[in-house]
Design a protein around this ligand. Structure first.
Ligand code: V1P
Ligand code: CA
Ligand code: ZN
Length: 406
């Protein structure tokens, strides 16, 4: 028997559509929608569907996406495929959005920072439109559950694409489902707090609300000086002193916690709980959106932090304790087996279930993903290679708290 129970006192909804799993960004591209298949296998293998209401997501409509994005960009995204891309590039209202080539560019860029060149961050791939409008539809359905009071916590692991701009794709993100969700929430909630534990800076969300005092954005991310190759850790923004657009009413309603490589569980947990705790106290949000990018885990293909799944999950548990309406989203995460472990564990803890450490390999369809000797078959404690030295001095908490007091 699965031993899974429904949570007492709150309702959790889970939003997903398996059609996102078949998508391929390209052979060498780190973003693998297949990590969502593995997550689903663990969630169902452990029986967590008995603890929540599960909903099959439907595609968002173009009109819904236009609530934030440029209408030309939305039309382009709805029509684009590897087949239609060359012809669309010739259409005047799209061609106007082709960025000028800079010497640093390694790939040919089309309109809106999209590209069919191998190695592009935001490639045009088969089924792309379907994928984009589905992950957005799942986030909007989850949001609707919250604003109508039908759920207390709503989860969409296929969402959380925090880099997308109004009329530009960026860093594997095309439609900013987070911004769209928060816009919907603002119709009902006086104040929304956005928290981002992806290893990258949540620049798209911060930018969208930089003049908006009803939304506080708070991102924890890897941040550092230029490396040997003349690059900054992507996207290069999120300095401690960035606090929202100066001279507008949005000033002081953005917070950034830049972090060096190799941060460990103890350092991160202290930092997260003190800063997030103070932000909640000061801002008094009516609802929270939590982006749970799993590229902040140790051993991630792109990330440079050393978090274990337990510490990553403790961030979710800490936020859940506020008992505010909570939207939980995915984001980055490039070592698929660990992404699935983390998000399954976090699904469990939002429903007040504690899962057995041994993954039920006999039940899941692809046990080999979790049973390789080198990886172990535990849920929370797979052996993470610690490839990044800990360059992390404890952060100036006093400084952060002064900012919050402002
Ligand atoms: O560093 C860059 C490019 C190079 N500059 C022109 C910018 N891109 C990064 C993008 C990382 C995106 C993270 C998304 C998220 O926050 C949310 C889903 O997790 C990048 C990296 C890297 N190591 O940072 N792109 C790629 N690697 C890449 C590698 C192979 C093929 C395509 C892209
Ligand atoms: Ca972040
Ligand atoms: Zn990321």
């Amino acid at each position: 028997e699965h031993g899974i129970t429904r949570p007492k006192g709150h309702k959790v909804s889970f939003h997903y559509n398996s059609r996102v799993e078949d998508m391929h960004f390209g052979k060498t591209h780190p973003m693998k929608p297949w990590r969502l298949t593995l997550t689903k296998h663990l969630v169902l293998g452990y029986g967590l569907q008995y603890a929540m209401d599960t909903y099959e997501a439907v595609a968002a409509g173009k009109d819904q996406v236009r609530a934030f994005h440029d209408p030309d960009y939305v039309d382009f995204l709805a029509e684009v495929s590897p087949d239609t891309f060359p012809a669309l590039c010739e259409v005047e209202r799209y061609a106007a959005h082709i960025p000028e080539r800079t010497p640093q560019d390694t790939v040919d860029l089309g309109p809106f920072n999209l590209s069919t060149s191998p190695g592009a961050d935001c490639p045009v791939f088969d089924g792309m439109s379907t994928y984009l409008f589905l992950y957005t539809g799942a986030t909007l359905a989850a949001t609707n559950q919250l604003v109508t009071g039908q759920s207390d916590v709503a989860i969409n692991w296929s969402g959380g694409l925090h880099h997308a701009h109004k009329s530009e794709a960026s860093g594997f993100c095309y439609i900013n489902d987070i911004v769209l969700s928060i816009i919907d929430m603002l119709r009902v909630y006086p104040r929304v707090l956005y928290i981002d534990i992806d290893v990258h800076h949540g620049d798209g969300v911060e930018e969208a609300f930089q003049r908006q005092p009803r939304v506080m954005t708070l991102s924890y991310h890897r941040y550092g000086p230029y490396d040997e190759t003349g690059h900054r850790f992507f996207p290069g923004s999120g300095h401690l002193n960035d606090v929202g657009l100066k001279g507008t009413v949005g000033e002081h309603f953005a917070l950034n916690v830049p972090i060096a490589s190799g941060i460990d569980d103890r350092q991160y947990t202290t930092l997260f709980q003190s800063v997030t705790g103070r932000a909640i106290e000061a801002f008094k949000p009516s609802a929270i959106v939590l982006q749970c990018g799993a590229d902040s885990l140790g051993g991630d293909r792109l990330g440079q932090f050393n978090l274990n799944i337990k510490a990553h999950g403790e961030c979710v548990a800490f936020v859940k304790k506020t008992r505010l309406p909570l939207l939980i989203l995915g984001g980055g995460g490039y070592t698929a087996r660990n992404v699935a472990r983390a998000w399954c564990h976090e699904t469990a803890l939002t429903t007040d279930n504690t899962l057995p450490e041994k993954i039920p390999l006999d039940i899941i369809p692809r046990p080999e993903a979790f049973s390789r000797k080198s990886h172990g078959n535990g849920l929370l404690f797979p052996p993470f290679p610690r490839t990044h030295p800990n360059d992390c001095k404890d952060i100036d908490l006093e400084f952060m708290i002064k900012k919050l007091d402002h």
